[in-house]
Ligand binder design. Structure first.
Ligand SMILES: *[C@@H]1O[C@H](CO)[C@@H](O)[C@H](O)[C@H]1NC(C)=O
Ligand SMILES: *[C@@H]1O[C@H](CO)[C@@H](O)[C@H](O)[C@H]1NC(C)=O
Ligand SMILES: *[C@@H]1O[C@H](CO)[C@@H](O)[C@H](O)[C@H]1NC(C)=O
Length: 191
């Protein structure tokens, strides 16, 4: 493992409004060339900040219940329920602020006694220099706690072979509908 060059290349709130500076070449040949040059590359630390809008209510929910156990409805934590989401990610907390990506994946209630969601999602960026790149998150989200840490286990494009930590904090929650706006701060090491 090489030494991590601690270059914090971008500041949080600015992250997504920067114009595209370089495209990532795709395809098996390009990936192989990328690997061959890896030993000359320095690790970078990038910080991303955005807001995740999980909407269960209304005519166009972005998270839908796809499965549950026959005991889910009698469980205090809704143990066994699974949602599929395609949630917009925005630069600011307001739902009408600039969309910078989508969180696509599944979350389910995996704790019988305490609320602990299993999150398996891809953060798919659609704006700025990370447009076309994604990060994969796999972790436990005890959604009622103030801060929830989830591992970033990899990525694509700019984020090939990345790893990091996503920290989630609820910004707004509607107890009636279950709709939520969650602040995400993600620190990733990549090349
Ligand atoms: C759930 O399904 C199982 C298997 O079919 C059954 O044995 C059990 O009684 C059901 N539980 C409830 C709460 O309906
Ligand atoms: C976004 O919504 C807020 C109210 O929630 C409004 O004040 C603001 O003007 C809207 N911005 C845009 C760009 O539509
Ligand atoms: C993101 O990339 C796609 C495909 O290259 C392009 O069509 C789109 O305009 C880009 N979006 C932004 C906001 O730059």
């Amino acid at each position: 493992m090489g030494k991590l060059a601690m270059t914090l290349i971008l500041l949080c709130s600015m992250v997504m409004v920067l114009p595209a500076v370089h495209g990532i070449v795709k395809g098996p040949k390009a990936v192989e060339e990328w690997f061959q040059k890896l030993s000359h590359k320095k690790e970078k630390l990038t910080k991303l900040c955005f807001y995740f809008h999980d909407t269960l209510s209304g005519k166009t929910p972005t998270a839908v219940r796809v499965a549950q156990a026959n005991t889910t409805s009698i469980s205090p934590t809704l143990f066994g329920v699974i949602y599929m989401m395609d949630d917009p990610l925005t630069a600011r907390p307001e739902p009408n602020s600039t969309i910078v990506g989508r969180a696509q994946g599944l979350y389910g209630s995996a704790g019988m006694e305490d609320l602990g969601l299993l999150m398996t999602m891809n953060l798919v960026f659609t704006a700025g220099k990370f447009n076309g790149s994604s990060l994969s998150v796999l972790g436990r989200n005890p959604a009622l706690e103030q801060y929830r840490e989830m591992p970033v286990v990899g990525g694509s494009g700019v984020f090939r072979l990345s790893r990091g930590i996503a920290t989630a904090k609820t910004h707004w929650f509607d107890y009636t509908t279950g709709d939520a706006i969650v602040e995400y701060q993600v620190l990733v090491i990549h090349y």
